[in-house]
Design a protein around this ligand. Structure first.
Ligand code: 2AM
Ligand code: CA
Ligand code: CA
Ligand code: CA
Length: 258
């Protein structure tokens, strides 16, 4: 399949800039909030309407693509052949509901299973991080350079709270070796911190739509994405993922085994 990468990147930026403008306004409005798998797994009317809009736009332009999305407006994706779009309409729904700053909207694109393009908007900052391995990574129009390969003692780590509280995967030992723990509550915002070197590790149980865009951006900049048992990432299922600098991911893989 021949795809114009620049045209697709511009399309993703255009979609997220529209979504970003709407969500900034919506974030100040009253919301209808429901729960999914648990009391703290939230979905709002805006998660649904945003996903519906994004899926419609993607289908209109890329008629052969399949869409793997969170709130059910996409397709049932069974394999990674061809063009697959991953859509997380609001990432950090709890923050969005609590009127906190850290929430995002994300689209990741894979071609025959390989990372192709990713785009994340930090809605409050109105900044879009986008691009891919054959294109370069940008913050709006400015090129992003690879972060330094910092070690664990040099950097802040972000680990999902249920994992740290229960000390799963020896995660408290990881925190103790680091410069400190931050828990932002939005995978998209954490990927933003990683690509600028403001954090050196993200460890969490993630669904495909949580990981897709961030994986493209991080790997394109030389960061590592691994599963907890050092097996290849499977983009069709939820799994515990470690994302960070090369030094930190190798250190963490040793620590989780102990
Ligand atoms: P969401 O807001 O799109 O649901 C912190 O909660 C981060 O983990 C957010 O990026 C959130 O995405 C994601 N998340 C929340 N619950 C999850 C779950 N059960 N499985 C996977 N990811 C989840
Ligand atoms: Ca959710
Ligand atoms: Ca998410
Ligand atoms: Ca979401």
């Amino acid at each position: 399949m021949k795809i114009n990468i620049k045209e697709m990147d511009e399309f993703l930026v255009e979609l997220l800039s529209e979504v970003g403008k709407s969500l900034l306004v919506d974030s100040k409005k009253d919301k209808s909030v429901g729960t999914k798998s648990s009391r703290i797994d939230l979905v709002t009317n805006f998660d649904k309407s945003t996903e519906k809009w994004l899926v419609g736009k993607i289908k209109e332009k890329y008629t052969d693509a399949t869409i793997f999305s969170e709130e059910g407006y996409g397709d049932v994706v069974k394999d990674m052949s061809g063009l697959v779009f991953f859509v997380d309409p609001i990432d950090g729904t709890m923050n969005f509901v609590k009127r906190r700053d850290d929430f995002a909207s994300m689209i990741g694109v894979y071609l025959d299973g390989k990372p192709f393009l990713g785009a994340i908007i930090d809605v409050i900052k109105q900044e879009i991080y986008h691009g891919g391995p054959d294109y370069g990574i940008f913050r709006n129009k400015e090129k992003v350079i690879s972060p330094k390969n910092q070690s664990l003692p040099e950097g802040l780590v972000d680990i999902s709270w249920p994992m740290v509280v229960a000390d799963r995967f020896n995660s408290q030992a990881v925190v103790q070796k680091s410069s400190g723990l931050r828990i932002y509550g939005s995978a998209g915002i954490i990927f933003e911190h990683l690509i600028f070197g403001r954090e050196v590790l993200y460890m969490s149980y993630l669904a495909p739509w949580d990981l897709a865009a961030g994986r493209v951006l991080c790997e394109s900049l030389g960061l590592k994405v691994s599963t907890i048992d050092d097996s290849p990432v499977n983009m069709l299922k939820s799994q515990v993922v470690i994302v960070g600098t090369e030094k930190v991911v190798s250190e963490v893989l040793k620590t989780v085994k102990k």
